[in-house]
Ligand binder design. Structure first.
Ligand code: ADP
Ligand code: TRP
Length: 321
């Protein structure tokens, strides 16, 4: 069973990304065949700064390797290192009705925001389908916002198979609904678009300041707080502290006697320790970029072996060969 997912090189990652997407992907490495790639072609639909793209791509590679992605247990590559995906996008595009793409939520959302659409943005789901179908993928773990794209991929695979004969594996999406939404500093969903994030690899002083600045209510420390489980710091503490420690803080907050300052201080300390090993690993990797480039090159080579086989099938089936 092959699991595949694309990672947007979208800059600094936050702990919502970590617990919502990275941790499950890293855990999945022990459960079978994992293909993970950095979607640098996709980033071209909305990012037009080459230096930024380079920095983000390598930054994301560092983040994932530091967080526990193990190139021995998964195939990890940069999308544009296997440009065959662009050819498959063409093959799929010729069978994709305009109307299907016009219905894509993510496309419509961007239009509604006033973004001037380019062809790439419109064709984004076709490239995503090519990513998935090029590697005989069975399962695609994605956030809810990407579910429709995987459904479109299924449509394209079925249509191609009907038109040209059995060629592609029809994939399933795996929506991670069971994973709780990580709250941001203001209590809304943590998201880079809300500016309420705690970065995974944030700088110490700045992150302490952010955490100490979480706004709470004006109840005195002595007052009991029956709603302790809804406190943002408690919710975040549950992610980064051992269960019994987080429960102890929650109980003390509920009973009264624990001040918000002390709670936030504890949150910072546990957050800092939780990511200490990954932080050290990231620094080590950053000082050894040759290794990181090598990992991506090896990954591309392994990915290409699969891609070449599937593309040859599609070319033969469609009469290109
Ligand atoms: P952002 O909202 O910061 O732009 P993305 O949309 O790029 O984040 O999300 C990347 C991945 O991280 C997705 O799989 C998404 O489900 C997950 N993710 C993002 N924010 C959270 C959060 N607050 N809680 C849980 N998972 C999240
Ligand atoms: N569109 C996905 C996102 O924004 C990233 C992505 C690109 C992807 N290609 C993919 C995800 C293929 C899964 C499979 O998160």
């Amino acid at each position: 069973m092959r699991t595949l997912t694309g990672i947007q090189p979208s800059g600094t990652l936050h702990i919502g990304n970590y617990f919502g997407a990275m941790r499950p992907a890293i855990d999945a490495q022990s459960r079978g065949d994992c293909f993970y790639f950095i979607a640098d072609y996709h980033s071209m639909t909305s990012l037009f700064d080459p230096a930024q793209r380079r920095t983000n791509t390598l930054g994301v590679a560092l983040d994932w390797l530091a967080a526990g992605l193990d190139p021995k247990r998964c195939v990890f590559w940069r999308q544009s290192d296997v440009p065959e995906v662009a050819e498959l996008m063409w093959l799929l595009g010729t069978l994709t009705p305009m109307a299907l793409l016009e219905r894509a939520h993510s496309y419509k959302d961007k239009l509604a925001k006033g973004i001037a659409p380019n062809f790439g943005l419109f064709a984004y789901p076709v490239l995503m389908a090519a990513d998935i179908l090029l590697y005989d993928t069975n399962v695609v773990p994605v956030g809810r916002d990407q579910k429709q794209h995987v459904e479109m991929t299924r449509d394209m695979a079925i249509k191609f198979n009907l038109a040209y004969g059995e060629t592609f594996v029809v994939p399933e999406s795996e929506i991670r609904d069971e994973i709780a939404v990580v709250p941001g500093l203001d209590g809304q969903k943590m998201s880079k678009s809300y500016g309420n994030t705690i970065d995974i690899f944030g700088e110490e002083k700045a992150t302490r300041k952010k955490i100490m600045g979480i706004v709470m209510d004006s109840r005195t420390p002595a007052e009991p707080k029956p709603d302790a489980d809804r406190n943002i710091a408690i919710q975040l503490l549950k992610l980064v502290a051992p269960a019994e420690v987080a429960t102890d803080y929650e109980n003390r907050l509920r009973a009264g006697g624990l001040g918000y300052g002390d709670l936030k201080k504890a949150l910072f300390e546990h957050y800092w320790n939780y990511f200490a090993a990954a932080r050290a690993r990231r620094a080590e990797l950053a000082a050894n970029m040759d290794y990181v480039h090598q990992v991506l090159r090896d990954g591309a080579q392994r990915a290409r072996v699969v891609a070449d086989g599937v593309l040859a099938r599609a070319r033969t089936a469609s009469g290109l060969r």
